[in-house]
Design a protein around this ligand. Structure first.
Ligand SMILES: [Cu+2]
Length: 118
């Protein structure tokens, strides 16, 4: 009985830490929040954009999903960002005069995830 409880606790511990410490990095979180607020004034969502859906792999939990969403939202020339943890996809509208899809992919890759371009 005690042994199985211990096993269960270990399994839960492993499950909770499945994403490693990277997605729970509070320092980076603060940084991207500040950036986001600074760019808010400049970032008008009144552009004719291009819709794009990319695959985003390696999101292990909802914090990862949030991190990808903040990463995309924090980029210039981005709007309507939606990230799905279940579908492993991110959709958004970007302004091609401001940002190139390669830069968008690079930002998500830098955040620690694997991007599949359509
Ligand atoms: Cu995670």
């Amino acid at each position: 009985m005690k042994w199985s409880l211990l096993l269960l606790a270990s399994l839960m511990f492993i499950a909770l830490n499945a994403c490693g410490s990277e997605c729970h990095d509070s320092e980076e979180k603060t940084e991207s929040l500040e950036q986001g607020q600074g760019e808010l004034e400049l970032k008008q969502e009144d552009f004719e954009g291009v819709s794009l859906e990319i695959g985003v792999l390696e999101m292990g939990c909802n914090m990862c999903r949030g991190k990808v969403e903040r990463t995309l939202t924090g980029l210039p020339g981005m709007k309507d960002v939606e990230v799905s943890l279940e579908d492993e996809k991110a959709s958004f509208v970007y302004n091609p005069e401001v940002i190139h899809p390669d830069s968008i992919a690079a930002a998500v890759t830098r955040a620690g995830y694997v991007v599949i371009m359509p």
